[in-house]
Ligand binder design. Structure first.
Ligand SMILES: C[S@@+](CC[C@H](N)C(=O)[O-])C[C@H]1O[C@@H](n2cnc3c(N)ncnc32)[C@H](O)[C@@H]1O
Length: 419
């Protein structure tokens, strides 16, 4: 947890570093559940810890272990005496901290009802989100903010995208049933399957050959919105790790060319791995999408998908570390970056071509307000409405709120270039 809270790494990166060092499957699964759970409930647990320690614990390692102990006592099916003794013994040679953490955890057990009631009177502790983010979400969604925050703490389903070039969804559901994996088709995405319980990707039939990928249903809606046609030149901007690039290629075998651009070289490796797994081909370019001068050959694109870097406030249920890592000042920087990338890729769009602008954010400034500003500044741009059974139409584009119909929070808008 120190890698995330002290060093500011993402939880996914931190676990990629830690988990391979743990030999047994069962211990790896426990550590993963502990880290995700504690991150999800960090703001509630931290409130409780502060009630239990009149003077804040200054040693971060000790504070984090106390939080992990509280998490086990409140949320895990670990025997309480084991949770306390294991947490205290994890303090190792910090002998001075052992009585302190022991006392904190035992007092929590004794005063649990009172402490939880106190937490329920504090907004940040109730929803386990930082105050600034609660404020932003409330401002964007004055009627729905509480439901959004509650659902952001739910465990998301594991959702798959079937590669329809390799077989039908019905056939793949059959293969899952034969493997004893309980699953059902998604409501809106024609290629989507939701699993009853998560499984390792290795146990998914045909995963290694690209028969299926892991992707939330909301993200699976992007490819359909592009209205792809034979021979088209397609640009996927901000493409890594390539979930939507693969989906574009899986949607049609007769596209002219697909170019995938991302600024992060290490993430481009993941696009290449994903393409190789599914035996699909795209031109993969490492470049700053806000600066076309460095890489564009001047040939316009018929279709552009811009899956913009964003606050990721729609996917907090999958990445609870966002609540810890994101800072208020990040939002205006992201809005500016999105504006610059959108203006830049606009110059690469063919007349009558189509751009799909997407974010996994639920904040209006990154979504409908961003598009409104763009339309005002670009008289040659016209919005193409999204007619869908999912999400809610907004003054511009369409918004899915986190957890709505079981999906991640996502925003989509479509723009075309007039003559
Ligand atoms: C939301 S993620 C993309 C997810 C991807 N489209 C998918 O479906 O797998 C946003 C991506 O934007 C990239 N990015 C951020 N700033 C960029 C820039 N200036 N130019 C190009 N890519 C950028 C990040 O490296 C990150 O991979």
């Amino acid at each position: 947890m120190a890698l995330v809270i002290v060093e500011g790494k993402s939880l996914t990166d931190a676990l990629e570093e830690i988990l391979p060092k743990i030999p047994r499957d069962i211990d790896r699964a426990f550590v993963q559940a502990l880290c995700f759970g504690m991150t999800r409930w960090y703001f509630r647990l931290d409130f409780i810890l502060r009630q239990l320690t009149p003077k804040p614990i200054r040693y971060e390692e000790v504070r984090l272990l106390a939080l992990l102990g509280l998490y086990q006592l409140e949320y895990m099916r670990v025997k309480p005496h084991a949770a306390v003794s294991e947490t205290v013994s994890a303090l190792g040679d910090k002998l001075w901290a052992k009585p302190l953490v022991n006392a904190v955890l035992r007092r929590f057990q004794r005063e649990r009802a009172h402490l939880l009631a106190l937490a329920d009177r504090d907004e940040s502790a109730t929803f386990s989100h930082p105050d600034w983010l609660i404020g932003k979400i409330r401002k964007s969604w004055p009627r729905q903010w509480e439901t959004i925050l509650e659902r952001a703490n739910w465990q998301p389903p594991m959702t798959l995208r079937v590669n329809l070039r390799q077989g039908s969804r019905t056939d793949y559901l059959g293969s899952l049933a034969e493997s004893g994996i309980v699953a059902h088709p998604c409501l809106f995405a024609a290629s989507g399957i939701s699993l009853e319980a998560p499984v390792s990707v290795e146990s998914l039939p045909g995963f290694a050959k690209g028969a299926v990928s892991v992707q939330d249903e909301a993200a699976q809606l992007a490819a359909g919105l592009l209205k792809l046609e034979p021979g088209q030149r397609v640009l996927d901007v901000c493409a890594a790790p390539g979930g939507k690039t693969l989906h574009i290629l899986e949607s049609r075998s007769d596209l002219g060319e697909v170019v995938a651009v991302d600024i992060a070289a290490e993430r481009l490796v993941k696009i290449k791995e994903n393409l190789a797994r599914a035996s699909l081909d795209a031109s993969v370019v490492c470049a700053d999408a806000a600066n076309t001068g460095t890489w564009w050959d001047g040939k316009p694109f018929d279709r552009i998908l811009l899956d913009a870097p964003c606050s990721a406030t729609g996917v907090i249920r999958r990445h609870p570390d966002i609540k810890l890592l994101r800072q208020p000042k990040d939002i205006s920087k992201l809005v500016d970056l999105q504006r610059r990338i959108l203006a830049s890729v606009w110059t690469m769009l063919e007349k009558d071509g189509l751009i799909v602008y997407a974010t996994c954010s639920i904040l209006k400034e990154e979504n409908e307000t961003q598009i409104a500003t763009f339309l005002q500044a670009h008289p040659d741009a016209r919005e193409v409405p999204i007619e869908s059974a999912w999400g809610s139409p907004r003054p511009h584009g369409c918004q899915i709120l986190s957890g709505e119909d079981g999906m991640d929070g996502f925003y989509y808008a479509r723009l075309t270039k007039c003559h």
